[in-house]
Design a protein around this ligand. Structure first.
Ligand SMILES: Nc1ncnc2c1ncn2[C@@H]1O[C@H](COP(=O)(O)OP(=O)(O)OP(=O)(O)O)[C@@H](O)[C@H]1O
Ligand SMILES: [Mn+2]
Length: 551
């Protein structure tokens, strides 16, 4: 081939090559434009075909779906750690993670017709009616302790103490004079709303720290001389008990105190003092009214320019656990003050189903299934109302998840046959997605329930839900909504769980023939055989409130 021919062929070949390169480049350019129009970043995709883009899209969608499924469905312990040794999330809801999946409500569709039928049987079939003189022989599950005519005899503080109480000039002093042997206040009491209103709006005259107890509380005095016990807000409503905290190291929740008062009233117990929420200004309403220097010197301004204070107490009273306003507005619960001890003395009792307050030890009742037999032989549980009051307290605490019932108090004026005061509910409403069945231990182990309490629970289960009553009742509170919704769901679910336990008690007692009229099987008193120290069950002499954890 001549040189001229070679040049022509080479030129033609390079023309073809340039044309091919041009066409390829044109295709890429079209594809890039398409990718931009699809919203995809060009850098993800230069030089790849549509098929490979689809594959990448599918892969990333799967990865996202898989990581979502992993994070929502798998328990945290099985999830691969994001970084070895990385700190684990500190709390459940406050950190933005989705709340736990709903807890199944096993008895939502069960109307407990068997329990309703049992309650409808004529009164002649009730073996124990009125005061129970001897609990060692009672094996009835449902016990009716109202008198034969359906009434309950009562005595009032005012009949005894007219001279000792402050003059009846405020709603609270009148309330004090009407405290009775049966209850703190009567049904539909008109003084309760007045007291709630005053506590949430009256001018605060003085502020001091409450001695005793483990966490910070303030004694608030109003211009009319009335007092309230204030527990300040530490966390938002959604904050749950920290997973690694015991019941005795849990923080107190101001909203739990408010909700517990409403729950006690709705259940018809009326054994708690009225508690109201209030938004206060830390600077002008609290700090300005403090006179004690040891409290005053704990107030400070945080780096975020919020006003804070921490007070002095044995748990969580330091700079790192300070109570802070926003920037100086703070929520708190305000519990109406009880009459002073020198006027109306109270007695402190160790709760028979008290927990161990120890991180490793168990209480006697947790290991001894016959524990109730010990208790039913002991005063004040062996006669009168106290046994049923402990069962009521167990229902009350179970519904709100309160594990911190170490002691309770009664008014000594009325003797042993008087109600336990429902006090100190700051550690209730801590776990909305967990039902702590051990709180029902008194009911499970003794198998007794007061007839009126059972009727009330059945009504809440079958007619208007307890959560609806709670929502309505708490609606007027200044801090409404008082409870996080999952706690209200939990309350309804727990009503079903109590009813189921009562049903189980009834079926066991029927199977063992204890339902028959013959009571000859009554247990002899086992007073002589106690092998544990029950010495301080009757009083709280050994009780120190400084730090409750047992070492
Ligand atoms: N409304 C009230 N009026 C007067 N005194 C009260 C009132 N509520 C509680 N107290 C008293 O204050 C003490 C401490 O209150 P509370 O138990 O609510 O606080 P706490 O810090 O949770 O205590 P603890 O750590 O002992 O459980 C109680 O033992 C009780 O005698
Ligand atoms: Mn407490």
């Amino acid at each position: 081939m001549k040189l001229r021919d070679r040049v022509v062929v080479g030129f033609c070949l390079s023309l073809v090559l340039v044309t091919v390169l041009f066409v390829v480049d044109l295709q890429n350019e079209n594809a890039r434009r398409q990718a931009v129009a699809d919203g995809d970043a060009p850098s993800h995709f230069h030089g790849r075909s549509d098929r490979s883009k689809d594959a990448i899209d599918a892969q990333s969608a799967w990865n996202a779906a898989a990581s979502f499924v992993m994070s929502t469905l798998m328990p945290p312990s099985q999830q691969p750690p994001t970084r070895p040794g990385a700190p684990q999330p500190y709390s459940q809801a406050a950190n933005g993670r989705p709340p736990k999946p709903a807890v199944p409500d096993l008895y939502a569709g069960d109307r407990f017709a068997d329990l309703t039928e049992r309650l409808s049987r004529s009164s002649e079939t009730w073996r124990h009616r009125g005061n129970v003189p001897d609990w060692t022989i009672v094996r009835d599950v449902i016990v009716d302790d109202t008198d034969d005519d359906g009434t309950t005899s009562n005595e009032y503080v005012v009949e005894y103490l007219e001279d000792g109480l402050r003059p009846n000039t405020t709603a609270l002093t009148i309330f004090h004079s009407r405290i009775s042997k049966r209850e703190m206040y009567p049904k539909n009491d008109t003084y309760v709303p007045l007291i709630l209103k005053n506590m949430s709006s009256a001018r605060i005259l003085s502020v001091a720290q409450k001695e005793g107890g483990t966490q910070l509380k303030l004694v608030i005095e109003y211009s009319n001389g009335d007092k309230a016990l204030m527990k300040p807000m530490r966390f938002t409503r959604e904050q749950q008990t920290l997973p690694n905290h015991f019941y005795f190291t849990d923080y107190e929740r101001h909203n739990a105190e408010i909700a517990a008062f409403h729950l006690d009233r709705i259940l018809g117990f009326r054994r708690a003092m009225p508690v109201s929420g209030r938004l206060v200004n830390i600077t002008s309403e609290l700090m300005a009214q403090v006179t004690a220097s040891d409290l005053l010197k704990t107030f400070f301004v945080s780096p975020d320019k919020n006003v804070c204070f921490h007070g002095q107490c044995s748990y969580y009273c330091d700079t790192s656990h300070a109570i802070c306003g926003n920037p100086d507005m703070l929520e708190g619960s305000f519990a109406a003050y009880l009459p002073t001890q020198d006027v109306l003395e109270r007695k402190t009792w160790r709760h028979p189903w008290r927990r161990s307050y120890h991180k490793r030890r168990k209480a006697k009742w947790e290991t001894d299934p016959n524990y109730c037999e010990l208790i039913r032989n002991l005063p004040p549980y062996n006669s009168g109302r106290r046994m049923l009051d402990i069962m009521d307290l167990s229902v009350f605490d179970f519904l709100m998840g309160n594990m911190d019932r170490h002691h309770y108090e009664t008014f000594t004026l009325f003797g042993n046959d008087s109600f336990p005061i429902h006090l100190d509910h700051g550690r209730a409403f801590g776990k909305a997605f967990h039902d702590e069945m051990s709180i029902l231990a008194p009911i499970i182990q003794c198998c007794h329930i007061r007839r009126s309490t059972l009727e009330t629970l059945l009504r809440f289960h079958n007619v208007k839900k307890l959560s609806e009553h709670m929502r309505e009742s708490m609606n007027d509170d200044q801090l409404s909504p008082v409870l996080w919704e999952p706690h209200l769901t939990a309350i309804d679910r727990r009503v079903g769980l109590v009813l189921q336990k009562v049903r189980e008690c009834l079926s066991v007692s029927t199977m063992s023939g204890e339902d028959a009229a013959d009571e000859s099987h009554a247990q002899p008193s086992t007073n002589a055989t106690f092998d544990i120290d029950m010495g301080d069950l009757g009083q709280g002499a050994k009780y120190t409130a400084r730090s409750r954890e047992q070492t």
